[in-house]
Design a protein around this ligand. Structure first.
Ligand SMILES: [Fe+2]
Length: 303
């Protein structure tokens, strides 16, 4: 289990950090994210992000340019896929919502399966920044699972058995898309990747599992068998003891580490009645060690 400090601290200049659970997360109060950080504050925020995996900045009100400017302080913004592109003015800010073209609730909540953002890319997302714009009166939670804690909880023989395991992350093959074949453009934008199942976090050097809904199957096995193995691993990795549930408050801005967390949206609100709108920016990560492209063999989807 992560050994997270459990006392409030002022490790970020001008701010108070308060841990939210013993598995991940810290609340940050006292900062105004509409203004650029000085170097010391930026570095302290990043250190807290690595330590707690998830930061919850309270009482923020950023417009899209301000969210882009905040995000850019930590790296390179990532473009979204064609289907998820933001509006024409700010394509780097994706609007996550249950709203239709007419601006009314559709009853549909996306991203309800465990995943880590864009894990099918050669350079999977390092971090996601999600800012609450409109919240339902209750619910609409986001749930996270700590893949470092999940890996560390495995017995040594399981760790050894998984040391060389590889997993195919494929938007094309992932279960969500079974009933919605990708367009040719989407396939070109998102070729499949072969990642190590156990990845070393580049900042903390801790090992974690790299799974989620885009993890199609274990490499070297027929699809069905490889997928069953992934489902077993994911059932362990998303056990309640590794989870933190975030219940949103107005003004919340979350920044989480996609390299070691899974997350999903909980549709625990009346999505046909109440709007829920978030603004999302993503930071591009580095290619994980050992990752290589994966070409889907002819007929593989039926294996
Ligand atoms: Fe997501």
């Amino acid at each position: 289990m992560s050994a997270l400090p459990q006392e409030a601290s002022s490790a970020i200049p001008g701010a108070t950090l308060r841990p939210l659970s013993d598995v991940m997360g810290a609340e940050v109060t006292g900062l105004d994210l509409t203004r650029p950080f000085d170097v010391a504050t930026r570095d302290a925020v990043y250190a807290a992000f690595v330590r707690y995996h998830l930061l919850v900045f309270r009482d923020q009100k950023l417009d899209k340019p301000q969210q882009i400017a905040f995000t850019e302080q930590f790296g390179t913004l990532e473009e979204h896929t064609a289907r998820n592109r933001g509006d024409a003015d700010y394509p780097l800010v994706h609007e996550v919502s249950n709203l239709g073209e007419d601006g009314r609730p559709t009853g549909v909540v996306n991203s309800t399966l465990w995943h880590t953002d864009k894990s099918f890319r050669p350079k999977p997302s390092m971090a996601t920044i999600l800012h609450a714009i409109i919240l339902p009166p209750d619910g609409g939670d986001t749930v996270f699972a700590n893949m470092i804690a999940a890996y560390e909880a495995l017995p040594d023989d399981r760790k050894n058995a998984l040391a060389e395991a590889r997993v195919i992350h494929s938007w094309e093959l992932s279960r969500e898309n079974v009933d919605r074949p990708l367009t040719e453009q989407e396939k070109r934008e998102s070729p499949s990747m072969n990642h190590m199942l156990v990845r070393t976090h580049p900042d903390s050097a801790r090992q974690c599992m790299f799974l989620g809904m885009h993890a199609s199957h274990l490499d070297g096995l027929p699809l069905r068998e490889g997928r069953a193995r992934i489902e077993d691993l994911e059932a362990h990795a998303t056990d309640a003891r590794f989870q933190y549930r975030h219940t949103w408050s107005p003004g919340d801005l979350l920044m989480w580490d996609n390299r070691c967390l899974l997350h999903h949206a909980d549709p625990n609100f009346d999505a046909a009645r109440h709007p829920r709108l978030m603004h999302r920016t993503c930071l591009r990560g580095a290619t994980p060690d050992g990752s290589v492209p994966f070409d889907i063999p002819e007929g593989f989807a039926d294996s």
